[in-house]
Design a protein around this ligand. Structure first.
Ligand SMILES: Nc1nc2c(c(=O)[nH]1)N[C@H]1C(S)=C(S)[C@@H](COP(=O)(O)OP(=O)(O)OC[C@H]3O[C@@H](n4cnc5c(=O)[nH]c(N)nc54)[C@H](O)[C@@H]3O)O[C@H]1N2
Ligand SMILES: Nc1nc2c(c(=O)[nH]1)N[C@H]1C(S)=C(S)[C@@H](COP(=O)(O)OP(=O)(O)OC[C@H]3O[C@@H](n4cnc5c(=O)[nH]c(N)nc54)[C@H](O)[C@@H]3O)O[C@H]1N2
Ligand SMILES: [Mo]
Length: 677
């Protein structure tokens, strides 16, 4: 986007599309267009806050007081209970410089293994699946614009008309070019409305549905045997498993008519080029990684990978959802998408950090486990860039864990529901107020330039870490974004996500801010827009079929909880709502939570439009007005998760996680639905 001051509006800062930028070509969604309101929102934090004794109110404090207080609490807890009693919870919306520094701060200053982040709730299942299949996880291994040039798209569990509106143009163009779109979603969303074929499965049954499509490919001799032989491994086991999923069986499990399963498989396999794209609907499941691999298996069997206008991609979520998972704020990871258990990686990164490899901790716990152990062996937590009191699964449980901590520090721009529980709140700079880099869904590394002076009283997350590091006995922690990036680039050298040819200077000079696609291993390397054309990122260069189970891993409805809840997003709100609930026009467009339910289900429970409806699971309940709609399955209700209070969807969701990736099962829970009288 481009920021301009508008003279006709008292020189207010306005966000506008940037026509020359090759990804959004000038398009912005409602949230982008109104984002400058957040810079001077009345509830902006401009002073640190301290809760001096437990049970007292948050009071304003100076920066020195707040940093001294936090450092002394952290030191005391580490001294009494060990370094591993301190943890960090980061965010995929943070810049590279911040995410990388959080990882380094955990390992070098706190010397704790315990760091993870909200990306575990977002991209982890697709990331794990891509690594298993391709040896590399880069959201799209091709530029987004390639979408417009493929013949068929299988779009699974994505409502991108609401969640990524500027990307929709490429899907529209694809169909104008004669291509076909198949959408898999239990709801007939604005995205599904555009599809040539819409499959509407029971939530949580995607792996079986994907196996059913593969079954049809095998039964009707539509498998690209040449591609399978030349470029993949592991098909035999997957073939044997898929044979057990004939379309009528799939219909019984997934609720998708057998004829539609056959039709979708034929359309997908019959096209010359094709893509499978997934998002959170299929990924935020107790079998999320397996479900994604089941879809990837289908793409591989159809020969739709490893050549232009073909492939599998995950549609990334947060602003730095891709980059936030590459440089070490994940429990098991070091910069450059390296494994923290790999001795060579430890040695390289320890060298860059000036510590011995033995001093680096091992892997920590994935996000849900980290949050669940707060108040037990984790006694102090620093949160930056997330609001888990609203967005974590089984949120009442998570809030109780945060309350049980001896010390909670939160860096935020506003007093989020999580910051309200903190002992120290650090008011930090946000996007337009600081320079930093991010990597978009195509692996394109972008420089976001500082455009405005931050309000007096706030400092960058980098300054918070620097101030704490100094007080914890590690002076000289880098706080300048360009210097941090230069170090990140060196730390990433030789890794999967190799940024060593990049610098702020080079990104600043890139034509019209186009950015450069990783890997970019040398200052004169042009970047890598398309991966896998010659070989995949696995040791033998072949893409791997992954044999996965297909028994749905849902919490099955029963007499007491007869329906299914699935959750997701609306166009005008973002995530935990900490930001968008503070923007007037967005709040006017979507003022509160609701429960979407089919007329048949509404009739069964006696709900009329607008009635307050209580949705209850084994964890707890949420209440919100009924929105009756034929666009959803009659056995499923949907709630968006953007609100705190009685309408908080995550009071109902479950904290069961996918054993492969640590992704929580946000998208299926067994519930009871009642009108609140
Ligand atoms: N407006 C808006 N845009 C956003 C965000 C936001 O909060 N608001 N957040 C950003 C972030 S971080 C993310 S991760 C992305 C998420 O982007 P999306 O993944 O597009 O968003 P969701 O609404 O979470 O889920 C997509 C769809 O999954 C469907 N679904 C539910 N259960 C299942 C299932 O079992 N199988 C299948 N196949 N589909 C299912 C839901 O009905 C929903 O329509 O959006 C990004 N963009
Ligand atoms: N039921 C249900 N729950 C879900 C999901 C779902 O589909 N269903 N989706 C999940 C997904 S995909 C995601 S990504 C998570 C997201 O949920 P959260 O992690 O809660 O994401 P945000 O609401 O974006 O929180 C970001 C916080 O950081 C603050 N912030 C903004 N910029 C900065 C900065 O530069 N520095 C710092 N320190 N803070 C900053 C914002 O004000 C905000 O409070 O929710 C997950 N929860
Ligand atoms: Mo996300």
């Amino acid at each position: 986007m481009e920021l301009r001051t508008d003279a006709s509006d008292g020189a207010r800062l306005q966000a506008g599309g940037w026509d020359a930028f090759p990804v959004n070509k000038g398009a912005l969604c409602q949230k982008g267009a109104t984002s400058t309101e957040l810079l001077d929102v009345a509830s902006r934090l401009t002073s640190p806050l301290i809760r001096r004794t437990s049970g007292s109110e948050l009071e304003t404090a100076t920066w020195d007081e707040a940093l001294d207080f936090a450092a002394s609490r952290i030191s005391a807890i580490a001294a009494a209970h060990g370094r591993e009693a301190v943890g960090i919870f980061g965010g995929g919306g943070l810049t590279h410089e911040k995410a990388y520094s959080l990882g380094k701060f955990a390992r070098v200053v706190l010397r704790t293994p315990h760091i993870d982040y909200n990306g575990r709730f977002c991209m982890s299942a697709a990331a794990a699946a891509s690594q298993r299949a391709f040896g590399v996880d880069r959201g799209l291994p091709f530029p987004l614009a390639d979408v417009a040039r493929t013949d068929v798209i299988l779009l699974v569990g994505s409502n991108l008309a609401d969640t990524m509106p500027p990307a929709l143009r490429y899907f529209t163009a694809q169909r104008e070019n004669g291509g076909r779109l198949i959408v898999v979603d239990p709801r007939r969303t604005r995205t599904a409305e555009q599809a040539d074929l819409h499959l509407q499965p029971v939530p949580g049954t995607d792996a079986a549905l994907a196996a059913g499509l593969l079954h049809v490919l095998i039964a009707e001799h539509l498998v690209d045997e040449e591609f399978v032989a030349a470029r993949t491994s592991g098909f035999e086991e997957v073939r044997a498993e898929a044979l057990r999923w004939w379309p009528e069986r799939v219909e019984a499990v997934c609720g998708v008519p057998a004829g539609d399963v056959r039709a979708a498989a034929r359309v997908f396999a019959g096209a010359e080029n094709g893509m499978v794209l997934t998002a959170r609907g299929t990924e935020q499941q107790a079998d999320g990684a397996d479900a994604v691999n089941a879809w990837i298996n289908l793409a591989l069997a159809a020969g739709k990978a490893g050549r232009p206008y073909c492939g599998y991609g995950a549609i990334t979520g947060q602003g730095n959802g891709q980059g936030g998972r590459e440089h070490g704020q994940k429990a098991d990871q070091l910069p450059g998408y390296r494994k923290i258990t790999d001795p060579a990686a430890r040695e390289h990164v320890a060298g860059v950090w000036g510590v011995s490899p033995e001093a680096l901790p091992g892997p920590g716990r994935p996000a849900m486990e980290l949050l669940a152990s707060c108040g037990a062996d984790i006694r102090a937590l620093l949160v930056a860039g997330s609001n888990p009191v609203v967005s974590a699964p089984d949120a009442s449980f998570v809030a109780s864990r945060l309350e049980a901590l001896e010390f909670l520090a939160v860096c935020d721009v506003v007093l989020s529901e999580t910051a309200l529980l903190a002992d120290v709140v650090f008011p930090v700079t946000q996007w337009a107020e600081e320079t930093g880099t991010m990597t978009n869904l195509e692996g394109r590394v972008l420089l976001r330039r500082r455009a405005v002076t931050p309000p007096a009283g706030v400092r960058s997350d980098l300054d918070v870490l620097g101030g704490l590091a100094e007080r914890l006995g590690v002076p000289g922690f880098l706080t300048s974004p360009a210097a941090v990036f230069a170090e990140l680039a060196r730390a990433s050298a030789g890794g999967v996500a190799d940024y060593s040819g990049l610098s702020h200077e080079r990104l600043d000079a890139a034509a019209e801010g186009d950015g450069l696609h990783w890997p970019c291993p040398a200052p004169d390397h042009p970047g890598t827009p398309r991966l896998f054309l010659d070989s995949f990122g696995t040791p033998d260069g072949r893409a791997r079929f992954v044999a996965v189970g297909h028994e749905p891993a849902v919490e099955e409805p029963c007499g007491e909880f007869p329906y299914r809840l699935t959750t997701g997003r609306v166009l005008a709100q973002y995530q935990s709502g900490a930001q968008t609930r503070r923007v007037r026009s967005l709040n006017a467009a979507e003022p509160g939570a609701y429960v979407q339910l089919h007329p048949d289900l509404a009739a069964a429970v006696g709900a009329a439009e607008g009635d307050p409806v209580r949705v209850t699971s084994r964890r707890g309940s949420a209440v919100a007005p009924a929105r009756i709609s034929e666009l959803i399955r009659s056995d499923t209700v949907f709630m968006p998760f953007h609100w705190a209070g009685p309408g908080r969807a995550n009071s109902v969701t479950r904290r069961t996680t996918d054993p492969v990736s640590g992704m929580p099962a946000f998208k299926t829970a067994a519930v009871r639905v009642e009108v609140e009288r």
